[in-house]
Design a binder for this molecule. Structure first.
Ligand SMILES: CC(C)(COP(=O)(O)OP(=O)(O)OC[C@H]1O[C@@H](n2cnc3c(N)ncnc32)[C@H](O)[C@@H]1OP(=O)(O)O)[C@@H](O)C(=O)NCCC(=O)NCCS
Length: 158
């Protein structure tokens, strides 16, 4: 698939509704290898993906959220906590496999480096595990989360 022409910028409060909707669609439509379209599991995954939480992630000092845009359209959302956890990495279904997650992850890792952090860590979906492995992340633990889904902790030295 061809690469989309995207630009990345820090998210702003105005982005809350669109970013939240994008994350929810990405989980519902793309993470089927995790939730197998089981309504209760999808609902569990979405439970903290609310506009209130997105607003807090975007506006809290020390929390870093970026959006990828293709022209005026939001194509992806990525987040980093101040201690190096990749907290969000979601692509809009219409922009899948066009370089959006790669570009967002590179931006988050650059931000972590600029904070002097030695590592980035994350908990991967099964859907994204191959993607993260290809970007240098290694899994060290797979647990079942509260909704019965595999959640693999992964880390990468920066
Ligand atoms: C898998 C996913 C993360 C890839 O992101 P993307 O923005 O669609 O794709 P990108 O173009 O940035 O990355 C392409 C890379 O994905 C990986 N990839 C390709 N096909 C894949 C597939 N079917 N499944 C998983 N990974 C795949 C490869 O590493 C590829 O890299 P390459 O082009 O160098 O071979 C994304 O499509 C997805 O499913 N996201 C769902 C949300 C999610 O699970 N987020 C992680 C939360 S922890």
């Amino acid at each position: 698939m061809s690469q989309a022409s995207i630009s990345i910028r820090p998210a702003q409060e105005d982005d809350v509704a669109a970013a939240c909707a994008l994350v929810r669609r990405s989980i519902a439509e793309l993470c089927t290898a995790d939730h197998h379209n089981m309504r209760a599991v999808v609902d569990g995954l979405l439970i903290n993906k609310t506009q209130d939480n997105m607003k807090a992630w975007i506006t809290t000092p020390g929390s870093f959220v970026y959006v990828a845009e293709a022209g005026p359209v939001l194509a992806g959302v990525g987040g980093l906590t101040g201690d190096g956890e990749i907290s969000l990495l979601y692509v809009a279904p219409d922009f899948r496999f066009q370089g959006v997650s790669k570009a967002l992850l590179a931006t988050l890792e650059d931000k972590a480096r600029s904070l002097g952090l030695p590592n980035c860590a994350l908990v991967s979906t099964d859907t994204a595990q191959r993607f993260f492995e290809a970007r240098g992340y290694a899994g060290y633990d797979t647990d079942e989360d509260d909704f019965g889904m595999d959640a693999t902790s992964m880390t990468k030295a920066l």
